[in-house]
Design a protein around this ligand. Structure first.
Ligand code: NAP
Ligand code: GDD
Length: 332
């Protein structure tokens, strides 16, 4: 068992919860960063509520855009590992709030790298949540050798973070790396992302709570994996002899429309009866095709995905159906 401390930003998000579970299982102390909100915390922390009784799990309030809070928290906890998962992570939203997205996704990681440097945390290792969105409109399969060509404010900001992470590795001899993760989903996925929007709507339609699901571009192709598999790769990347960047993907790609078909067939529903296109959900520029080649991670980290497309769709649909049925039973 480890007696290390990990500092995890983005603790209220999908990946923060799975990563915390993994690290606590390995014996880490986990310090999770949550930004202040005037609203109810109970719902925001729902994916980590089962960890709250664990003495090795601590929540701190702060914001990666506030350099003072990053400097103070890292000085206090002196973590062995920092995982920067915090982001404005919705690509469509980044076209509506490009400046806020850039502050969080580009300046935020820089604040953390600076906090590590200023506090002389020479042994602290840093993980940056990079993304397949960096490839933009470059044809797949995409590997570590594929050039980046971002096509959204989200991806442009993430490219800065990716480059500045490599710059700190080279300039200050820091153990700092970026995981270029392709789309990963789970029952804990935010409800505005397309897979969860689809599984929740299908469950609602099945139960008679909803009639129509409105979507945007059904032709985009994504390489979808399971978040639980992907957080393992984050940990592996920070526990090697040398810091390197890796692609994490399944090597399979599917159209958004195929995910709809798969989930609606699980629900016994006909797509044409319930799904409508609403141009409101189109993006000014959408990444057409993501298909990752993660053979380097398989070879060097021994990482391999366990959950495939069909299993993922079923896991998410069944989880949403169960949540909605429980809610209905409680209201009866
Ligand atoms: P997520 O569910 O959207 O979680 C994002 C987290 O960031 C939330 O906890 C959010 O907290 C927090 N956050 C936002 N702004 C912050 C700030 N200024 N200071 C501190 N915390 C802040 O995202 P995810 O799916 O877990 O993804 C984790 C990371 O991986 C993100 O950086 C994302 O861009 C990247 N990524 C994700 C995927 C994917 O398919 N999931 C693929 C590649 C890369 P609030 O609750 O306060 O909003
Ligand atoms: N969100 C959403 N909502 N997307 C839709 C909809 C809809 O109603 N209809 C069609 N889509 C299409 C989007 O245009 C996109 O082509 C695809 O579905 C996937 O959209 P998202 O689920 O929002 O994910 P994403 O691929 O844009 O971004 C996710 O993956 C990236 C890694 O490739 C996010 O998790 C990013 O944070 C991550 O970096």
């Amino acid at each position: 068992m480890s007696n290390k401390t990990a500092f995890v930003t983005g603790i209220t998000g999908q990946d923060g919860s799975y990563l915390s579970e993994l690290l606590l299982d390995k014996g880490y102390k986990v310090v999770g960063l949550k930004r202040y909100s005037a609203g109810e915390d109970k719902n925001r922390l729902k994916h980590v509520s089962h960890l709250m009784q664990n003495n090795n799990f601590v929540i701190e309030s702060g914001d990666i855009c506030d350099s003072a809070s990053m400097i103070n928290l890292l000085a206090e906890h002196r973590p062995d590992e920092v995982y920067n998962l915090a982001a404005q992570s919705h690509v469509g939203e980044s076209f509506r709030t490009p400046i806020n997205t850039t502050n969080i996704n580009a300046v935020g990681p820089l604040n953390i790298l600076e906090a590590i440097r200023i506090n002389n945390l020479d042994n602290t290792r840093f993980y940056q949540a990079s993304t397949s969105e960096l490839f933009g409109d470059i044809e797949g399969p995409q590997s570590e050798e594929t050039p980046f060509s971002p096509v959204s404010p989200y991806a442009c900001a993430k490219l800065y973070a990716h480059n500045v992470t490599a710059t700190y590795r080279k300039s200050y001899n820091m153990y700092a790396c970026s995981g270029i993760l392709f789309n990963h989903e789970s029952p804990r996925r935010g409800e505005h992302f397309v897979t969860r929007k689809i599984t929740k709507a299908a469950a609602n339609i099945k139960l008679g709570n909803q009639e129509i699901l409105e979507l945007g571009n059904l032709k985009a192709k994504r390489d979808w994996g399971f978040a639980g598999d992907y957080v393992e790769a984050m940990w592996l990347m920070l526990n090697q002899e040398k810091a390197k960047d890796y692609i994490i993907a399944t090597g399979e790609t599917h159209e958004v429309g195929e995910f709809v078909e798969e989930v609606f067939s699980l629900a016994g529903l006909k797509v044409k009866d319930h799904v409508r296109i609403n141009p409101k959900f189109y993006r000014p520029h959408d990444v057409p095709l993501l298909l990752g080649d993660s053979r380097k991670a398989e070879r060097e980290l021994g990482w391999k995905r366990k959950v495939d497309f069909k299993k993922l769709a079923r896991m998410m649909y069944e989880a949403d159906l169960e949540i909605l049925e429980n809610e209905r039973n409680q209201n009866e």
